[in-house]
Design a protein around this ligand. Structure first.
Ligand code: ADP
Ligand code: SF4
Length: 681
């Protein structure tokens, strides 16, 4: 039974000529499925509709070839060729009672046009918005402007033919031609499209009016706009020109979809932004318009959602990541099962996948992107005819996910954990500065397991080979994790570094509370969060920290999770000294010897009392190898997660899920899955 406090979330909302069946709005977001993978993209979006999202949006779709952002897996909506797959997506989503929208856009100076070979188009002749690429835009002439407007009109016509209920005019994320014209940072024109405010918003107004005209009251028109731009020098702020633009066109579209720019601020991680963090910058929009407003804020709590609506911040609850982590979030609220929501942890592995041009991955939801290719459903686990006795050793993310999936399938599952608390690395890491939301990975799975009568959990139970033999399980899954090395062997050095093994502490030591005396030198050859999280953790306690990294930038992978700028800001704020492009050659006991990574030249030593090495992990696979060595046992033993191959938490969860599916007969032994096949001519 639904809690009546949440009734408001299930009210229909009128959007121009259409009506959204409820306030749950799966916002446009990239899926990493390029137009070459339409089946995967359709499967993912259909699942959201099945899970109760009343509005399901397609990601940014390029309106024509001059908006080619290739190497990123953006949707293409260039011509009639593209309509067929969109129409199928629309049909599948609508079958569940949801409405559909497509975010049409021309990416202006965010395009690269590598594939099409035509000039990138911009308001002026500028370097494109990717400084490392040696590409400059063509200043659009009147013919170019006419052509882009016509492309947008044509795309709206195609959207209608595909059956969409709503089309977008896209003016967000610093990735839209209309935005580039609006912003004086990019617009250096002196004709009627440049200079004054009215001139700069002319193209946006024209595209919006063209779109209203083509929509003709048959489908709705939404504007997605950055209601605040965080980047230095941009006047498009909530108390500046972004407000003026929205005030000027307040009553024109049928829906305002508001967020912030750039993308790292729009998709802030839980380390830096709490749920609802955009409110301060977007709440003003409702005061300016009578049209409905949708916003985002990594909302997973129905109370927070209700509060946003009742306080007049927004009318529809937009969600990208929460709808990835739990496509069934709306239905769980509807059915009074709030405690079953698999809450997004705000880690941005999903974003990293897309930015890396691979199908979405999610730390919380291992079934994302596997809906079509493997037939996995996030809420339905195939039931086994014959319950078997399963032993899972280790309760990190891999062990818990495997145990939960096996138990849901009907097997009898025992989880044994040597520590006094369950959760493995997630439990430990979530106690570090800024990572508390990560504990949701453990909380969700533990809670679910404890509801199942066929699952038993035992802490303080170190399992040995003899214990496994005595237990006599039908299958044994070993999920014993990994521990950090201290010897310097890592990403750029495949051999130990002189002096490290004798002296260096590891992240495990710091998390175990070993006393750390400053100044501390952290050698980060891991390039993700651990080095800088430890730096922040220690520096926030007043310890002098030096963060040394062999690559040209600190935490390279965090460029993909969008966290790098915020993290660097945090390091500077906390007084952490940073040394990128610096390769360690030895620890003397009181200083780190380094060379420039690119040239090999020696650099001044970095003095410190303590060295913390963050480089690679050693699989804790002794039990697994011992069991595999026993002939009758080997066939029923499998290893999962970090004890096989240390990786990110998402990979551990996925590994546990995949192993469980295999054991319940829902995944072939072969690693092949259904693939999208190219059409041969
Ligand atoms: P993963 O990321 O692969 O899930 P973790 O390191 O997070 O790995 O979790 C591994 C868990 O396994 C830890 O909580 C650890 O205490 C536990 N563990 C390791 N060896 C044993 C063992 N022999 N018996 C029971 N639990 C174990
Ligand atoms: Fe949320 Fe992380 Fe999943 Fe993305 S990958 S949806 S941020 S839990």
């Amino acid at each position: 039974m639904r809690d009546p406090r949440y009734d408001i979330l299930f009210e229909p909302v009128k959007i121009g000529p259409i009506t959204a069946p409820n306030r749950f709005f799966s916002a446009p977001h990239a899926t990493g499925h390029s137009p070459l993978m339409p089946n995967g993209s359709i499967g993912l979006r259909e699942m959201k509709a099945e899970g109760g999202w009343g509005t399901v949006c397609m990601q940014l779709a390029e309106i024509d070839p001059s908006s080619d952002i290739s190497n990123l897996p953006m949707e293409k909506f260039w011509d009639e060729t593209d309509v067929k797959s969109h129409a199928l997506m629309v049909e599948r989503v609508k079958a569940h009672g949801a409405i559909t929208a497509i975010e049409l856009g021309h990416t202006g100076i965010r395009a690269r046009n590598f594939d099409t070979g035509t000039p990138v188009l911009g308001p002026s002749s500028l370097r494109i918005l990717k400084p490392s690429l040696p590409i400059q835009s063509k200043a659009m002439d009147k013919d170019d402007i006419r052509a882009v407007r016509q492309s947008h009109r044509d795309a709206v016509k195609r959207a209608k033919r595909a059956g969409y209920d709503m089309v977008y005019v896209y003016v967000a994320h610093d990735a839209s031609i209309a935005w580039h014209f609006m912003n004086p940072m990019y617009n250096r024109r002196s004709d009627e499209y440049g200079g004054s405010f009215q001139n700069r918003i002319r193209l946006f107004r024209e595209i919006l009016e063209d779109t209203m005209d083509e929509a003709a009251g048959e489908i709705a028109v939404a504007v997605r706009i950055a209601a605040h731009d965080f980047r230095a020098g941009s006047p498009m702020t909530y108390d500046g020109e972004a407000r003026d633009v929205i005030a000027e066109l307040a009553e024109v579209p049928d829906l305002w979809d508001v967020n912030v720019a750039g993308w790292p601020r729009d998709s802030g991680t839980s380390r830096f932004d709490q749920e609802g963090a955009q409110e301060k910058y977007t709440a003003y929009v409702k005061e300016l318009t009578s049209k409905p407003v949708v916003g985002v804020g990594r909302f997973t709590s129905p109370d927070a959602m209700v509060s946003q609506i009742k306080r007049g911040v927004m009318d529809l609850i937009g969600a990208a990541r929460p709808s990835i982590a739990d496509p069934f979030l709306p239905n769980k609220i509807r059915d009074g099962r709030v405690e079953d929501i698999r809450e997004c942890i705000g880690c941005n592995i999903c974003v990293a996948a897309d930015a890396y041009s691979v199908p979405l991955m999610c730390t919380q939801n291992p079934t994302i992107s596997q809906e079509w290719r493997r037939g996995w459903h996030p809420e339905k686990t195939p039931q086994v005819d014959c319950a078997k006795n399963m032993l899972v050793v280790g309760s990190g993310p891999a062990g818990l996910e495997c145990a939960l999936t096996l138990a849901r399938a009907g097997h009898t599952v025992t989880v044994a954990e040597k520590n006094s608390e369950f959760g493995g690395r997630v439990l430990r890491e979530s106690k570090l500065l800024g990572l508390s939301a990560w504990s949701r990975v453990v909380d969700y799975r533990l809670y679910q397991l404890r509801q199942l009568p066929n699952a038993s959990l035992f802490a303080e139970s170190t399992i040995t080979v003899d214990d496994v033999a005595d237990f006599n399980a039908d299958h044994v899954v070993v999920a014993t994790g990994a521990s950090w090395r201290n010897d310097g062997l890592g990403s750029t050095s495949y051999a130990p570094i002189t002096g490290f093994a004798e002296h260096a502490l590891t992240p495990d030591d710091v998390m175990d509370g070993v006393e750390v005396n400053g100044p501390v030198v952290i050698y980060d050859d891991d390039h993700y969060y651990m080095g800088n999280v430890l730096a922040a953790h220690l520096a926030s306690r007043g310890i002098e920290v030096h963060l040394v990294c062999p690559l040209p930038v600190i935490a390279d992978w965090m460029g993909y999770t969008l966290e790098q700028p915020r993290m660097l800001e945090q390091m500077v704020d906390l007084g952490v000294q940073m040394y990128p492009n610096s390769t360690a050659t030895a620890w003397t006991g009181k200083s780190l010897k380094i060379t420039r990574s690119d040239t090999g030249h020696e650099m001044p030593h970095i003095n410190g009392s303590t060295l913390v090495n963050v480089s690679a992990r050693e699989p804790s696979d002794a039990l697994l190898l011992a069991l595999k060595a026993i002939e009758p046992m080997a066939a029923k033993v499998a290893g999962i997660g970090d004890c096989l191959a240390p990786n990110i938490i998402q990979a551990a969860v996925f590994s546990g899920h995949a192993q469980a599916r295999q054991l319940i007969g829902d995944m072939p032994e072969s690693r092949l899955y259904k693939r999208e096949t190219p059409v041969l001519f």
